[in-house]
Every structure is written in C-alpha cells, then in structure tokens.
Write a new protein. Structure first.
Length: 251
C-alpha cells in the first residue's frame, strides 16, 4: 500500500506550489496589461470597453474597472497586450491605472501600510468573506486559495465563519442595496484593528453594474481600503501574493 502511494507521488509530483511568488500561470490568463505608444483611434478604443476602463491622452486601462474581456487587445493587438503577471494587487487605488509606455509592476505603497497590520497579522490572519451580490466567480477563486495547490493556510491566512473571530473582511461583489447593511454589520463585528480587502472588479468599482440604482456602495466611501485585488475573477495567486505583501512586507 505504501509503495503504491509513493509510486503515485512520484508520477504526479508535488501537488502544492512550493513558492507562490514564482509559478508561471498557464492558459488564457490575463494579468497586468502593457500598452505601447502606437497611435490608434482612441475614441474607438474607449467605445469598445463595456465598463469605461479605458482612458485616452494617454491611453490607459483601469484594472479596477477592467472585466478582462480582451476586446481592446483583439481590436488593437499591437497596442494592448495582457501579460501573465498575476502580482497586481495594491493598496493604492491609482496604481491600478496602467498608462501607455508603463512597464513597471504593480506594487504596494509600503508607507501606507498601517504598522499594526504587520505587527499583529504577520503570522496569522483570519478573514470573513462577504459576497455582496457577487456572481460566485470571485468567491470560487477565493475558495481555491485554501486548496492543496495554493494552500494559503500554511501562511496562517484562513477564512472563518464568524466575524468576531476575524481580523478583517474580504468583500466580493458590487455591494447591492440589500447587502449594504449586512456588510456594515459584519464589519462592526470584527474587533479592532481590522482590515478591508476588496476582491474583484465588481467590489473595487462596481464593474458592469457601476451606476446602477440597485447598488449601495456608501460603505466603500466611509472606510479606507487596505488592499485592492483586481481581476474578473482574480487568480488565487493574485490574492495570496497580495495579502502576503500586505502583512509581511519587509522594510
């Protein structure tokens, strides 16, 4: 029996990712975009984006609004390309706006990370996930963060059921009117100090639902956000690396 298990392990290799900061994401994954300085019809480019994520003069893409449909790169493949860079989480909303000619990676601003976050949560971080009218895509990827492949539990990062036992909340979805009070109640139940993480395009900007009368995003306007994790949905590696940068970044 033991021999058979060893044989399977040898054939399959390691199921978990030894270093979550180094793997190359396969397949059609879209990460941080690159925008060249090639001249295009900027008005046409802006009009094709369903969420208004594309700006002009210079051409830019707001990753907090981008739904990763890829229509812009299909229209002007020499102008816009999506890389496989999944390290796109940040604590500064403006850093999610990628401008043409900008090839710098998206990073966190260490000076804006509260000292208590690293001192208290560096070895253990418990989070309460709130699906505020989400589509279940972001939620599914967050569930995958705890599976055997990504195994964020080895870093002390876990999702718990009770906000009273947590250190912060993770919001997915655009926050509908019906979920606004639930988000507020859940946040208030978390003991101080507490953090707020927005996961996915819908949570960061409202996504395709932005401007809808069915939403109530007043919560986002009242409290500072500690981490933005873009994507539609975000890759588990984007979330895990973003959280690790937030709680363990070295000075």
């Amino acid at each position: 029996m033991a021999f058979e298990e060893l044989k399977i392990m040898q054939q399959h290799g390691k199921q978990f990712i030894p270093d979550v900061a180094k793997p190359v994401v396969p397949g059609p994954f879209k990460g941080r975009p690159t925008i060249t300085t090639e001249k295009v019809d900027e008005n046409v480019l802006m009009a094709i984006c369903p969420t208004g994520a594309i700006g002009k003069s210079p051409v830019s893409i707001d990753m907090g609004k981008c739904v990763m449909c890829g229509e812009c790169s299909h229209l002007y493949p020499n102008k816009i390309q999506f890389t496989k860079d999944y390290k796109i989480a940040t604590n500064v909303r403006e850093r999610l706006i990628i401008k043409e000619g900008d090839t710098n990676p998206i990073t966190l601003d260490e000076s804006k990370i509260r000292k208590e976050i690293q001192s208290l949560f560096g070895r253990s971080l418990k989070l309460r996930e709130i699906s505020a009218a989400g589509s279940n895509s972001d939620e599914a990827e967050l569930n995958a963060c705890g599976n055997v492949n990504f195994d964020m539990g080895r870093f002390g990062i876990e999702f718990l059921a009770s906000p009273r036992h947590c250190d912060g909340i993770v919001i997915t979805g655009p926050i509908s009117e019906n979920m606004a009070e639930a988000v507020q109640v859940c946040y208030e139940a978390v003991p101080e100090p507490k953090i707020i993480i927005l996961v996915g395009t819908d949570a960061i900007s409202g996504g395709i639902f932005a401007g809808s009368g069915a939403l109530n995003r007043s919560f986002i306007e009242k409290y500072p956000v500690d981490l933005f994790v873009p994507g539609n949905p975000p890759h588990p590696l984007t979330f895990v690396n973003g959280v690790l940068e937030l709680i363990r970044r070295k000075k």
